[in-house]
Ligand binder design. Sequence first.
Ligand code: 0O2
Length: 208
Amino acid sequence: MDWNVLLNPYKQAVEELKIKLKGVREQCLIEKKHSPIEFVTGRVKPIASIIDKKKRKGISLNNIETEIQDIAGIRIMCQFVDDIYAVIHLLKQRKDLKIVEERDYINHKKPSGYRSFHVVVSYPLQVGEGEKDLLVEIQIRTLAMNFWATIEHSLNYKYSGAIPKNIESRLERAAEAAFRLDEEMSLIKGEIQEAQKIFEQKEKREHT
Ligand code: 0O2
């Protein structure tokens, strides 16, 4: 298996999608509209994680590209929960990708406390001799959900997936606190957006 041959198109897809989604934010800012996208990150799954998942799920080498849907991963961070749904709506309108699966871990949180909305998209990458359809997993979450997930991910790594019970229950409570933070922020969304607009104008004046 030549991993470079397999992974190179995914690398390109991640770069292209990052540019396109950052472009959505730029466009909103230019038009002085609220951007549902705060920031975007992306990665190609490390080879060791692909092998690990392949073994864990009993996937054959031939089926890696169809059964491991997050070889290419994009993460979109939003300020408010409503923004997550605005991003999903936006993705559904786009002609350059097709949503093939949705996983709603916001209304159906994982037992760990994890919340996020996942969509798997089929992305037609333009290659030398035509087109290659690639699966890309896009995770859409608020800043608070991202904060929680990042911390839980490192704790999981530290404890090799066996987080001690007391930390696990604190994490579950922290996940609920993050959820309540999102709810509280949503209630004063209008106020926050107005303040951000005023602040942006002030910054602009100071730098011109
Ligand atoms: P990384 O480092 O993020 O790339 P599975 O991989 O079997 O758990 P499945 O069905 O392939 O699940 O996909 P799913 O659940 O839609 O997405 C898995 C990815 O979601 C994970 O990727 C994480 O990014 C994120 N995720 C899911 N559950 C949790 C959780 O409880 N805590 C945190 N922090 N993240 C979670 P990977 O493969 O773990 O790795």
